[in-house]
Design a protein around this ligand. Structure first.
Ligand code: AMP
Length: 618
């Protein structure tokens, strides 16, 4: 195939923005493309050299392209710059300059594959002298190109092709060409193959080679090629969730972190790769996960999916998602951040285990496989889950998830057809989150009733404290939360000393707690805390039964403000009455914001999809 055939297609496509017209032009063109040319053509069409997840970039800056163009056209760099700022597009300038100077073309037509190879060489040039190499190669290529070819070459190298050909349009066009009588059915098969490989070039060239849709069904998930993630729907209540799942579902903690798809190759020492939800390679940002994963799995190669969440290293408690963003996109100082923002990887699915494509198994079998192959370690853990068939059970699990620092639950269908639907959003997974995520306006003054010994660098000191509010009616101290955040090491050291003579052998009678800390402490010391919100808790005892039978209230994401309330005795700590009032205000505020369509809410109450799908998790 000639490169000019592709640039002709570009010219035609650039005259329209209508998806149907683009599809028709593309389909017409695709019919004649050979197997060899197919993948490069599909990549170039999208302004890429390789599938997007590989992140291959040409590394050609404006200044570099201007130099190459000046050299190819014989115009001075000043002239190229002036013309480009007039036209606003260096591609158009390239076309005009080459045309007016009559320099371009003339020789043998450029072959698509030669251009593709040359562009790859340009992309690969790196290190010392690479800029000169890039300029030299590009200018030679431009010398051989026609004015129209040069226009697109320049736009391509600058990453400004912008033809508006979306992946989905290419899939549509392939379905028209290879779908025979049933393009709709073909479209589903083709998209399915794309979802598993994330590589349009591979899908298109497989079709060009075999002309057979069946061949696509044989494309397999492979280590190193990210699978497009399965996504969940929402429901308005846990009752609706259970109904949708025909009365029984697995509930998993919905961790609030970063979704990672981990690819672990079979060869010893071969690199583990981590892909984000958007299929970017983020392996470099989580070196400790990369290190630990090979030893955490009994089977290789493997592809597992999970959520990467910041944790408090001394208590193991989950931390707010925002903390992980400090590590995202980082190139330097990774070791420091590994220590400062430690993370844990909670795996929730397995897509490849050894040679077996686990992807197509129903969820219960995948989960069972996952439990079998994961060796729990410090950084790799399984997502907490429970199978439920009653609403109260589901509620209790949901509240427990919140108490443990999660944002809700992910319900997973146990049905026969609950295979991993790569790239699809459906009712096989249903998310159910807490409805408000405000920072509590008020601080709370809580009294220390127990402590947990720290680990790691906090060894020998308290790592977290168990704190209570005061129930003035009963004259008791029911627990409100466990708090390990907001203390610097010096404070923890001094608190440990200060509280030493307040330690007691067993739970003081007036303290109400279902948790047993490492040491019990007589309620005397009051600390000021902040938190995200108050939540119902099956564990903490503050205001037990006041909002809901069997539940207390807990402070979510608590942190010490740094203020020890030396002016307050234990009985002056915040009371259960105050906590109940605060909870009610919070609920009221959430309701008000919802009714006035408060866009601030992270996740407004789940809405039903426009067209309710049929019963069962379809
Ligand atoms: P959302 O981003 O609100 O649409 O929720 C879906 C996301 O929840 C997924 O993409 C994952 O990143 C995350 N998640 C956390 N825990 C789980 C879990 N147990 N199963 C599936 N997804 C989870």
């Amino acid at each position: 195939m000639k490169f000019a055939d592709l640039t002709d297609l570009f010219e035609r496509i650039s005259t329209t923005t209508k998806r149907l017209e683009i599809r028709a032009l593309l389909a017409e063109h695709l019919k004649g493309v050979s197997e060899q040319d197919m993948a490069p053509m599909v990549y170039l069409l999208q302004g890429q050299l390789r599938p997007e997840y590989e992140g291959v970039e040409l590394g050609v800056a404006d200044s570099l392209a201007r130099k190459a163009l000046a050299s190819a056209s014989g115009a001075s760099e000043e002239k190229v710059r002036a013309e480009a700022s007039r036209s606003g597009d260096l591609g158009t300038t390239a076309e005009a300059l080459l045309r007016s100077q009559g320099k371009a073309g003339g020789g043998a037509p450029l072959a698509l594959l030669d251009v593709y190879r040359e562009l790859k060489e340009i992309a690969q040039a790196s290190g010392e002298g690479s800029q000169e190499t890039k300029i030299d190669r590009l200018s030679k290529l431009l010398l051989k190109a026609s004015p129209t070819e040069a226009k697109y070459l320049v736009r391509f190298t600058l990453g400004k092709l912008r033809l508006g050909v979306k992946e989905m349009t290419v899939l549509d066009a392939l379905a028209v060409v290879y779908g025979g009588e049933e393009p709709r059915k073909a479209r589903t098969v083709i998209e399915g193959a794309f979802n598993v490989t994330s590589d349009l070039g591979e899908v298109a060239s497989t079709l060009a080679r075999t002309g057979d849709l069946e061949a696509l069904a044989r494309l397999r998930a492979k280590v190193g090629k990210p699978i497009r993630p399965m996504l969940g729907e929402r429901e308005a209540s846990l009752k609706d969730v259970l109904e949708r799942m025909e009365g029984r579902a697995a509930l998993e903690y919905k961790y609030d972190g970063l979704r990672l798809q981990a690819h672990i190759p079979s060869a010893e020492g071969a690199p583990v790769r981590l892909f984000s939800r958007r299929l970017e390679d983020v392996s470099a940002q989580f070196p400790e996960i990369v290190r630990e994963l090979p030893g955490a799995l009994t089977v290789r190669p493997a592809i597992v999916e999970g959520e990467c969440v910041p944790v408090d290293p001394t208590t193991g408690e989950l931390r707010p998602f925002q903390e992980i963003s400090r590590r995202r996109g980082r190139k330097y100082d990774l070791e420091r951040f590994e220590e400062e923002v430690p993370v844990r990887f909670f795996v929730f699915d397995v897509l490849l285990a050894g040679e077996e494509q686990v992807l197509s198994l129903p969820y219960p079998e995948r989960r069972e496989r996952l439990e079998r192959i994961v060796k729990l370690g410090d950084r790799v853990q399984l997502a907490t889950r429970e199978v439920v068939d009653q609403v109260p059970e589901a509620e209790r699990f949901f509240q427990q998830a919140l108490t443990d620092g999660c944002e809700g639950v992910m319900a997973k269908s146990l049905a026969e057809g609950s295979s991993y639907r790569a790239g699809a959003r459906g009712f096989w997974w249903i998310k159910y989150k807490r409805e408000y995520t405000h920072e509590l306006a008020d601080t709370l003054d809580a009294v220390v009733v127990g402590a947990f010994w720290g680990r790691g660098k906090r060894a020998g000191r308290y790592g977290a404290l168990l704190v209570s509010v005061y129930d003035a009616q009963e004259e008791t101290f029911p627990t409100l939360c466990k708090v390990g955040t907001g203390f610097d090491d010096a404070t923890l050291e001094s608190l440990t000393k200060q509280l030493r003579d307040k330690q007691v052998e067993s739970r003081p009678e007036e303290v109400l707690s279902t948790l047993t800390p490492d040491v019990w402490i007589r309620p005397t010391l009051v600390l000021e805390l902040r938190g995200a919100e108050l939540t119902l808790s099956p564990i903490h005892r503050a205001a037990l039964g006041r909002v809901r039978e069997g539940y207390g209230l807990a402070l979510h994401f608590p942190r010490f403000t740094g203020r020890v309330r030396e002016d307050k005795g234990a009985e002056q700590a915040s009371t259960t009455e105050e906590v109940v009032r605060l909870y009610q205000t919070q609920v009221r505020r959430a309701a008000e914001e919802t009714s006035s369509e408060g866009t601030e809410l992270k996740d407004t109450p789940p809405q039903r999809p426009a067209e309710p799908p049929p019963k069962g998790p379809f």
